[in-house]
Write a protein that binds this ligand. Structure first.
Ligand code: PEP
Length: 250
């Protein structure tokens, strides 16, 4: 049985003090929840306060990116050791906004994933096709390519990764993939993982769905056999809606 994992991707939202208040609200809301892993991923500047706000709770802390080098002349970047030192346990890698606006490639996704694993962080590796790619019949090729390239050369560490399937056309648009559409791609990703690491390992890897997941559609999506949680954008910015999605995963 895979434990479901629901993570909030706050993107560039919330100051440090706002983050502490939001986490306090989430903690209250999910205190009694068990059987679902809960993660919040605030901006880098919030992480120190966020770690204090998460301490002693069932809310884990994630970051939204990580550089692949340990240290050095990389102005503006953050290393895995820096995250780890703050109490971060998870990190989102290869979000479509980073691929679209910041030149993220399959190769840099792979390098970041390796660095995260080497530091003992759980990488949440994002894959997903654009609307143009889906309309051109390329969904399968894109998702398989991103999965294989992002996880290349990890060996047994593949088992430690979380995948987030996020169709780009569903992110922040209010347009959600139907449970059937999402399940089809999640099953494809699991088959791809089986090819990479064997069927037994693939069965243990969590695959989150992301893209306009909200309290109203979360239960139906997470009821699909290969959907093991959610990566939540907009609905993660309010304690009540985020907690409702977490409860939908119980
Ligand atoms: C995301 O950006 O990871 C995301 C899923 O956003 P939203 O839930 O707002 O579509």
């Amino acid at each position: 049985m895979r434990t479901k994992i629901v993570a909030g991707n706050w993107k560039m939202n919330k100051t440090a003090s706002e983050a502490a208040a939001l986490i306090a609200g989430i903690r209250r809301e999910v205190a009694e929840v068990s059987g679902v892993e809960v993660v919040v991923c605030p901006p880098f500047t919030d992480l120190k306060d966020a770690a204090a706000a998460c301490a002693g709770s069932n809310v884990a802390l994630g970051a939204q990116n990580v550089h692949w080098k340990a240290s050095g002349a990389f102005t503006g970047e953050i290393s895995a050791a820096m995250l780890k030192d703050l109490g971060v346990t998870h990190v989102i890698i290869g979000h479509s906004e980073r691929r679209q606006y910041f030149g993220e490639t399959d190769e840099t996704v792979n390098q970041r994933t390796r660095a995260a694993l080497a530091a003992g962080l759980v990488p949440i590796v994002c894959v997903g096709e654009t609307l143009a790619e889906r309309d051109a019949g390329q969904m399968e090729a894109v998702v398989v390519r991103q999965t294989l390239a992002g996880l290349a050369g990890l060996g047994g560490d593949v088992a430690k990764v979380v995948i987030a399937y996020e169709p780009v056309w569903a992110i922040g648009t209010g347009r959600t993939a139907t449970p059937e559409q999402a399940q089809e791609v999640h099953a494809l990703i699991r088959r791809t993982l089986a090819g990479l690491a064997g069927a037994a390992v693939a069965e243990t890897i969590r695959i989150q769905y992301g893209g306009s997941m909200k309290p109203e559609n979360a239960k139906e999506l997470m009821a699909q056999p290969d959907i093991d949680g959610g990566l939540i954008g907009g609905a993660a910015l309010e304690a009540e809606s985020f907690a409702a999605i977490v409860r939908a995963g119980v």
